[in-house]
Ligand binder design. Structure first.
Ligand code: F6R
Length: 241
């Protein structure tokens, strides 16, 4: 695992965008595994700037997102589809038909999860998967548990995650209680993983990722087992290591 410690959030975002831009330049039809949340917003802004400067082209890029609340409609401004359109897809020349976000309206959830996993396989896995990290060490919505699921599945969110995400909703009661998420094996289908973290709130999780034993009690620790992981975190997130 490679660790890059940056001065602050802006530098973290720039370093991450540079690495993503390299992947796109190397293969204009690459498959990006994307994440939502506060952390990657700066990176998306940097990627849009690179696109506007003519440095990168999204015309042939394909993407798959890690997760989505369930149930939620795509036009809900808290849905991850809405987030991706707003922060990236509507600002670059990506073909929306080439973008996949788990369907928060799926009626038959098991069937949807099987199909989403098959889609990741059809794409040949992702060239790079962007991850944030939860305060409790979750990746995607793979929450700490005695066992972790391999593939895309429906998950019940922990109270910690509901509380952390309530800042985006009118009240905690409005936060969906479930989500669809790639599993650990789905994430591991990526050839390269970039995990981003910023701020003191992530310091304990980054310490666990870097120092603790591998444990499903902190799903991010499983990343030690992947051959190509780069952690880009700012000094605050690294402050307990
Ligand atoms: C989002 C996701 C989550 C977030 C994590 C950190 O697609 O999968 O695991 O990456 O909850 O969220 P932020 O970046 O808002 O601190």
């Amino acid at each position: 695992m490679k660790i890059i410690v940056t001065k602050n959030y802006d530098e973290m975002s720039k370093v991450a965008a540079d690495l993503m831009a390299e992947v796109i330049k190397n293969d204009p039809a690459c498959v990006l595994g994307l994440a939502t949340g506060d952390t990657p917003i700066g990176m998306y802004n940097e990627l849009v700037a690179k696109y506007e400067a003519g440095e990168i082209d999204f015309a042939a890029v394909r993407s798959v997102n890690l997760d989505e609340y369930y149930p939620i409609t795509p036009d809900n401004d808290q849905s991850y589809r809405y987030f991706m359109d707003k922060h990236l897809f509507d600002r670059v020349n990506i073909d929306k038909a080439n973008t996949s976000v788990p369907d928060g309206t799926a009626k038959d959830v098991s069937k949807f999860c099987r199909e989403y996993e098959a889609k990741i396989d059809e794409l040949g896995g992702t060239d790079v998967q962007v991850l944030g990290i939860g305060r409790n060490g979750h990746i995607g919505f793979n929450e700490p548990d005695a066992e972790l699921e391999r593939f895309t599945h429906l998950v019940e969110l922990t109270t910690d995650t509901i509380e952390a995400n309530s800042r985006f909703f009118a009240s905690e009661a409005d936060v969906p209680k479930h989500a669809l998420t790639m599993g650990i094996h789905s994430v591991f289908k990526a050839r390269k993983i970039l995990l981003l973290a910023s701020g003191k709130g992530k310091a304990a999780a980054i310490r666990a990722l870097v120092k603790s034993n591998i444990t499903t009690a902190c799903p991010a620790t499983l990343l030690c087992l992947h051959p190509d992981v780069t952690v880009i975190c700012d000094e605050d997130a690294y402050s307990l290591v």
